[in-house]
Design a protein around this ligand. Structure first.
Ligand code: F6R
Length: 363
């Protein structure tokens, strides 16, 4: 049932404020304490985290890496699951192995998990399907409570994965004594505001649709982001490729001048994710390099960022303001809706894109 929406994907995008609220309520007490299922995990005995996942779930891992390192001061390694075990990575004893999967059945992720059995101190998974194989073989399972996701392109599962991972990061920071009570309370109150901020972002639908119409005639599109916006750029490019079949690539903004800028001309739209945070000026200077080569920039930022950097850009999409650390969750909305509206404009099969399956159970 599409609940009045044209596609499951549109419905699932619109559900995000609700399901993120659900996920939060499962892990947070009224007093703002973080509750993990069962015996939980004590991060004071963990020295490093090794994460593996595929596709969109791997971008959730990448965003979480920035959080674990900055907020919890824990070193993290992220692998795409298909590369993990053949590399035969050493797994030191005080390693937490962490796997993220919507379906819980992805063959490569499951194989990576099995590689860690008997080596890592603990195996934890973040899944949408608690009865899945990955969940069954984990020491601790954190469900994301996104509800059934029908659209092949993952949307609400991604933002719920990020939400649960963020809570886990806060738990880690607390266990490791690197976050004051006051700072923790600030993080939690920002998190509780997330559903309403995401609602505000969804209200920018028309701006995202207009920008998407511009994208729909492109042959190639680039996505740029710096810091924790880099995984979001990757997610935006993946969403666009899989449902609109437009070739899209994502780069860390700073990498542009090391090669990819050779691709830029007046035919190439470049989507730039740049909230007005500490990295904003750096990203804007990369964006200006694009415009100097006549690249057409779609700037996704907040009101302040757009006011500062809008000169010469092709289109803007304004996001509400949110705590810097939470921008990866918020900026998933334009990543998803740009792809969605581009696909609708092109008339492709949004919910069942060609050559793709919802659950990939072969290597
Ligand atoms: C992208 C997408 C895929 C999945 C990937 C992992 O929109 O849906 O990239 O994210 O196949 O699937 P799960 O999360 O089920 O392991």
């Amino acid at each position: 049932d599409k609940a009045g929406h044209k596609h499951f994907m549109a419905k699932e995008i619109a559900e995000q404020p609700g399901v993120i609220g659900q996920a939060l309520s499962h892990y947070l007490t009224d007093e703002g304490e973080i509750l993990l299922p069962g015996d939980g995990i004590d991060f004071s005995s963990i020295d490093r985290i090794s994460m593996a996942a595929c596709g969109t779930a791997s971008y959730a891992c990448m965003a979480a890496k920035y959080w674990f390192e900055q907020i919890a001061r824990l070193p993290v390694e992220v692998d795409v699951a298909s590369e993990f075990r053949y590399r035969e990575p050493p797994i030191p004893a005080r390693t937490l192995a962490l796997f993220v999967s919507q379906s819980g059945e992805t063959a490569d992720t499951l194989a990576a998990l099995r590689f860690c059995e008997g080596k890592a101190q603990s195996i934890l998974s973040v899944v949408n399907v608690p009865e899945s194989s990955i969940a069954r073989e984990s020491d601790l399972v954190l469900p994301i409570y996104a509800g059934v996701e029908v659209g092949v392109a993952s949307t609400k599962a991604f933002t719920c994965q990020l939400t649960v991972l963020y809570l886990l990061v806060l738990k880690a920071a607390k266990d490791r004594g690197v976050l004051s009570e006051a700072a923790l309370a600030d993080h939690i109150s920002a998190l509780r505001g997330l559903p309403s901020v995401i609602n505000t972002a969804l209200e920018q639908n028309t701006a995202m649709r207009d920008a998407a119409y511009k994208l729909s005639t492109a042959r190639d599109v680039l996505f740029l982001g710096r810091g924790h916006m880099f995984p979001l750029a990757l997610e935006g490019a993946l969403k666009l490729k899989e449902i609109s079949y437009i070739h899209a690539e994502a780069y860390a903004s700073g990498e542009l001048k090391h090669g990819p800028i050779a691709l830029v001309d007046e035919e190439v739209p470049v989507v730039v994710f740049a909230p007005r945070d500490v990295l904003f000026d750096k990203t804007v200077s990369n964006m200006q390099e694009v415009m100097a080569r006549k690249g057409k920039v779609i700037l996704v930022s907040d009101a302040e960022g757009i006011a500062e950097a809008r000169d010469g850009v092709w289109a803007t999409i304004e996001m509400p303001k949110i705590a810097d650390a939470l921008t990866p969750i918020l900026y998933a909305i334009p990543a998803q809706l740009l792809a969605y509206h581009t696909a609708v404009a092109k008339g492709t099969d949004v919910d069942q894109p060609r050559n793709l399956a919802k659950s990939v159970t072969v290597e």
